[in-house]
Design a binder for this molecule. Sequence first.
Ligand SMILES: [Zn+2]
Ligand SMILES: [Zn+2]
Length: 242
Amino acid sequence: MYLYEMHVHTCIASRCGRLTPSQIVETYHSQGFSGICITEHFFNGNCSVDRSLPWKEKVEQYCSAYEQVKKEGDKVGLDVFFGFEYSVSSQSKNTMSGTDFSIYGLDKEWLLSKDESILDLSVNDFMKMVREEGGFVVQAHPFRLELSYMDHISLFPLYTDGVEVLNAARNTMGRANNLAKKYAKEYNFYRLAGTDFHQNCDREYFAVLKTKNKVSSIAELICEIKTRTTKVAFKKNKFYKR
Ligand SMILES: [Zn+2]
Ligand SMILES: [Zn+2]
């Protein structure tokens, strides 16, 4: 089977990302992946793009992270696809939300066709629009509860397509992934895996999506996922340091 990473951050547009495009490509290429999706924190998340810039410039800067990784990937034959990680901001005061959605299947042109107002939509209205316009909505690590930045769990099943049932954050074998599997099963959501990669030493395992066929675009990858023949699995990260 072919190995795909669905959830990666770079040091360009994610404030918490530590790796450059060439380091990311080296990491995944050397460990046998066929492709990766760059999912930088969007403007409502931990994004490092200056939010006061005009929309078009913001989108250009945001997408340049993906573009630079893609350029590096092309040199070695690692496919690089675009996605973005949309964050739910706290609705009420004194609440810390950590709810995130990985959106796939849309591109820079789509973002450029929008404006600042999409950030004012309710979460469900945003996801409804994304789906109507060809996007694929995946709730990332739905049952993560890291007290440093969140104090509750929230789910938005109405417009969700898939769930990251395997995330490689610290408690890999724990409750968060177990609950995500149950949630996906109950709603018959598509099952995805994503490492949520930020730096080389912070994840002992990659959370990998395995496909029967090699794909050449994010649209093809989504089609593979929709056949429900893809698998999720952990894979040891050789760069991990305790
Ligand atoms: Zn991050
Ligand atoms: Zn992430």
